[in-house]
Design a protein around this ligand. Structure first.
Ligand SMILES: Cc1ncc(COP(=O)(O)O)c(C=O)c1O
Length: 417
C-alpha cells in the first residue's frame, strides 16, 4: 500500500506540461474570413474572401468535364501508392500545357517534374530545393503577393526580399520600380512571378513588359520562378496565359513553375499540381528530379492518386479537353460580366471615384483600393466579407448580389476624396 502511494506521488510529481509554451497561432487571413462568414446569420451576407469559383447563383461548381472524366474512369481504379514523384503521365501533360508541346525544353526531355500537393505544395518543394542547393540566394516576392508565399519561403528558411509590383495611385503595374528592383538586386537572385492573373491585384505585365523583364533577367543572371495557379483563368485560353512562361523559355532562361489544377479545373480539395524545373540537359533533369523526390519522401511520401488520373484523362481525351476549354471560357466570361456590372452599378449609385480598375484588372480577383477601415465597415455594417487588403473574389459576386455590394461600396467610399 505504502509503495503504491509513493509510486502515485512520484508519477503525479513527474507530470510535465509539455505544451505550456504553446500560444494560439495567428489565424490565416483568408481562411479566417470563411470562418467569420459561416458564423454570420445575416441572410444577405456575401463571402468575397476565398478564391473559389461560384456559378451565377453563388453555388460551388463541379465542371462537366470532371464529371465525364469520372464516368470514363469508372470509379476508383486503384488504391495503390503512386511513385514518390507522382503520376508521370500527369507530369508530362502538365509540362506540355505550360511550356508548349513543341518547346525545345520538352522535346529535349530536360524539364524535371514531379507531381506535388497542388500549387502550395509545389511552391514549398521548390523553396526547400532552393535552400538546399542555392542557400545563399534570396527569393524576391512581389508586393503584394498571395499571402501564403511569405509563409512558404519563411518556413523553408530562405531569405526573403521584396520587389515593387503594384502602383496604388494608378491601380496598375509599377513597371518602372519593378525594373529598378530587378536591376538593383544582387546578380543571380531568385524572383517569384505569377505567370498570369496576379493574385491579389489582377494586374499582369503586358507582353512587351515581360520581354523587357526577361531581357534584364539575362543581364542580371536572375532565376525566374513562376507560380502558375491560373493558366486559362486570365484570358480563358491556357495557351495565351502561358505567354510569359514561353517568352522566358524562348530567351533561353532556366525557369521553374509551380502548377495548380485547383482553380482551372475546380479541383480545390483534390490537391493536384506539379513542380517543374527546366534544366540544361536530360542528365541534369534526372538528377534534379531525384533530389525533388528525396525532398518529398519524408514530408508526404507520395501524392494522391485520384485527382492526377482525372486531370490526365481530361488533358488527353480530345472531347474532354475541348469541353474543359469551353468551360474555362464560361467561368472567365461570367467573371468579366460581373466586373462590368459591378463597375456600372457603383457608378449608377453616383460614386465620384474612378472604378475603371474593376474592369481593367483580370483573373479571379479585383484589388478594389478599399482601405482596411472601409473593409471593416463592409463586414460590420453590410455583412460583406473580404481580406483587409480590399481584395475581392469576383467569382463570389452574382447578378442577385451585385447591386447590394455596389451600394455598400459606394456607402463606405462616398465621403472619401
Ligand atoms: C497565386 C496562388 N498560388 C498558389 C495558390 C495555391 O493554391 P492550391 O494550393 O490550391 O493549388 C493560390 C491559391 O489561392 C494562389 O492564388
Amino acid at each position: 500500500m505504502a509503495a503504491f502511494m509513493v509510486r502515485k506521488r512520484w508519477f503525479s510529481g513527474s507530470s510535465i506540461d509539455w505544451w505550456d509554451g504553446v500560444k494560439p497561432a495567428a489565424k490565416d487571413p483568408i481562411f479566417a474570413i470563411t470562418e467569420a462568414f459561416l458564423a454570420d446569420d445575416c441572410p444577405s451576407k456575401i463571402n468575397l474572401g476565398v478564391g473559389t469559383y461560384r456559378d451565377e447563383k453563388g453555388r460551388p461548381v463541379i465542371l462537366e468535364c470532371v464529371r465525364r472524366a469520372e464516368a470514363k474512369i469508372g470509379g476508383v481504379q486503384t488504391m495503390e501508392y503512386l511513385p514518390i514523384g507522382g503520376d508521370p503521365k500527369l507530369v508530362q501533360e502538365t509540362i506540355k500545357l505550360a511550356y508548349g508541346e513543341n518547346s525545345d525544353a520538352v522535346k529535349e526531355n530536360r524539364v524535371a517534374g514531379i507531381q506535388a500537393l497542388s500549387g502550395t505544395g509545389s511552391c514549398r518543394l521548390f523553396a526547400e530545393f532552393q535552400r538546399r542547393f542555392r542557400p545563399e540566394s534570396p527569393m524576391y516576392l512581389p508586393i503584394p503577393t498571395w499571402s501564403n508565399h511569405h509563409n512558404i519561403w519563411r518556413d523553408a528558411h530562405v531569405t526573403q526580399r521584396t520587389f515593387h509590383y503594384y502602383h496604388h495611385q494608378s491601380k496598375g503595374l509599377d513597371f518602372g520600380k519593378l525594373m529598378e528592383d530587378v536591376k538593383n538586386a544582387p546578380d543571380s537572385s531568385f524572383f517569384l512571378f505569377h505567370a498570369c492573373a496576379h493574385n491579389p491585384t489582377g494586374v499582369d505585365p503586358s507582353e512587351e513588359q515581360w520581354k523587357e523583364i526577361s531581357h534584364l533577367f539575362k543581364v542580371k543572371k536572375h532565376f525566374p520562378f513562376f507560380d502558375v495557379a491560373y493558366q486559362g483563368f486570365a484570358s480563358g485560353d491556357p495557351e495565351k496565359d502561358a505567354r510569359a512562361i514561353r517568352i522566358f523559355l524562348e530567351d533561353g532562361h532556366k525557369i521553374a513553375c509551380a502548377h495548380s489544377f485547383s482553380k482551372i479545373m475546380g479541383l480545390y480539395g483534390l490537391r493536384v499540381g506539379c513542380l517543374s524545373i527546366v534544366c540544361k540537359d536530360a542528365e541534369q533533369s534526372a538528377a534534379v528530379k531525384s533530389q525533388l523526390q528525396q525532398i518529398a519522401r519524408p514530408i508526404y511520401s507520395n501524392p494522391p492518386v485520384h485527382g492526377a488520373l482525372l486531370v490526365y484523362t481530361i488533358l488527353t481525351d480530345p472531347d474532354l479537353r475541348s469541353l474543359w476549354l469551353a468551360e474555362l471560357k464560361v467561368m472567365v466570361s461570367r467573371i468579366n460580366v460581373m466586373r462590368n456590372l459591378l463597375r456600372k452599378s457603383i457608378e449608377n449609385f453616383g460614386s465620384l471615384h474612378n472604378w475603371e480598375h474593376i474592369t481593367n484588372q483580370i483573373g479571379m480577383f479585383c484589388y478594389t483600393g478599399l482601405s482596411p477601415e472601409q473593409v471593416d465597415r463592409l463586414v460590420n455594417e453590410f455583412h460583406i466579407y473580404m481580406t483587409r487588403s480590399g481584395r475581392i473574389s469576383m467569382a463570389g459576386i452574382t447578378p442577385a448580389s451585385v447591386d447590394y455590394l455596389a451600394k455598400a461600396i459606394h456607402e463606405v467610399t462616398k465621403h472619401d476624396r
